[in-house]
Write a protein that binds this ligand. Structure first.
Ligand code: PLP
Length: 391
């Protein structure tokens, strides 16, 4: 992305809307869209577009269309998965209700677990990860028993890009409990991973459109018919009584278009983006002394993620200085105010505080070019040298 001399390396925060997606959404809106619950022609057309989009999303996830619940994004999907599953267990009179979540889950999951403790009195414990942020399967085995209602392990982490061994997680859980449900937050993974195979055995899967080149404000929770789910929105009973509220039809069309592109381009895009990421990593390691890759070589990470820690650097200062030069990166753990918070993900991985201070996430995506990487490499070493010199 070179417009306005901006090098956008923050795709994990949000990906630019793809032009094909914008076109599909504009076409959907080119004739007035009715409310899909109505009976006149615009309503029928809206219903048809919604259901066609549902079919496409379902196919990308390897699920039945009836499993797909359209939501307002990844955060709502995670809330519905966690609070919906635990709420249903409580309402069903289960003797004990508990949730286990990995200690590196996105706040959408973590805070939903915390809310479940407060609202429903459920037990919550966090599953440890190793130095690379990969969940500890032995610890998981020790945490599961007959009272375990839900296990939440994300497919890939938003800060580090680390891919969790989801298949092994599911095997471990199934070996110990016939009733525990497994929720995976696949929000970051959706662009580059084959969700139909990776999440096939999970009971609940969350997606967000704006992480795959689709529109902001659109998401999905996929949940099979045998997983009890208490709705968190009450009203008109849309989405098979699981999520009330008039659906965003153009948003669903956009999400389906974005997933269609991701699925068709995935292999090639993953190779291309990983090569650019590797070039950026190698260039930074070679030209900036005191650069550490946070995740060890050989650990599975998403193709677009590069998480590094620069010694002797305060990340806020570096991000600001880079932004002034048109390089957009991220600290990986900002809150709604935009302030950078200490990363609980890096803390869970045991990254020393001195390195956490200089932790930066670069995330590349579908529109990242070689020129972007070369520009980043031409800029970052000088900026870091100047910041170190100033201290
Ligand atoms: N889960 C993960 C792993 C994410 O990275 C994000 C967004 O950063 C979310 C959930 C929340 O998604 P949304 O922004 O669509 O609410």
């Amino acid at each position: 992305m070179s417009a306005c001399a901006t090098t956008y390396l923050d795709h994990a925060a949000t990906t630019p809307l793809r032009s094909e997606v914008a076109d599909a959404m504009a076409e959907a809106r080119s004739i007035p869209l009715g409310n899909p619950t109505g009976s006149h022609r615009p309503a029928q057309r809206a219903r048809r577009l919604l259901e066609e989009s549902r079919d496409e999303v379902a196919a990308a996830l390897g699920r039945a269309p009836g499993d797909i619940i359209f939501t307002s994004g990844g955060t709502e999907s995670a809330n519905l998965a966690v609070l919906g599953t635990l709420g249903a267990a409580v309402a069903g009179g289960a003797a004990a209700v508990s949730v286990v979540s990995s200690s590196v889950e996105h706040p959408a999951v973590r805070e939903s677990c915390r809310a479940a403790v407060q609202l429903h009195g459920v037990n919550w414990c966090e599953l440890a990860v190793d130095h690379d942020g990969v969940v500890d399967l032995d610890a998981l085995a020790d945490l599961i028993d007959d009272s375990t209602t839900l296990i939440a392990v994300m497919l890939a982490n938003n800060e580090t890009g680390v891919v969790q061994p989801l298949e092994a997680v599911i095997e471990t859980v199934r070996a110990r409990s016939a009733t525990a449900r497994i929720f995976t937050d696949a929000v970051q993974a959706a662009t580059f991973m084959d969700l139909a195979s990776w999440t096939a055995e999970a009971d609940l899967v969350a997606l967000s459109a704006h992480k795959v080149g689709g529109p902001v404000g659109m998401g999905v929770l996929a949940v099979g018919p045998t997983t009890p789910l208490a709705p968190q929105h009450h009203g008109g009973g849309q989405e098979r009584e699981r999520r009330s509220g008039t659906q965003d039809v153009a948003g669903a069309v956009g999400l389906a278009a974005a997933l269609r592109l991701s699925v068709s381009e995935r292999r090639q895009a993953a190779r291309r983006v990983a090569a650019l990421r590797d070039r950026l990593a190698a260039g930074l390691l070679a030209s900036v002394a005191g650069t550490h890759r946070t995740v060890a070589a050989g650990v599975a990470i998403l193709p677009g993620h590069l998480h590094v820690c620069f010694e002797g650097i305060e990340r806020e200062e570096l991000l600001l200085a880079l932004s002034e030069r048109g390089i957009c990166a991220s600290g990986g753990s900002s809150c709604a105010s935009g302030a950078l918070e200490p990363s609980y993900v890096l803390a869970a991985m045991g990254v020393p505080d001195a390195l956490v201070r200089g932790a930066i996430r670069f995330t590349l995506g579908h529109d990242t070019t070689e020129a972007d990487v070369e520009r980043a490499l031409a800029t970052i070493p000088g900026v870091i040298a100047a910041l170190r010199h100033a201290h």
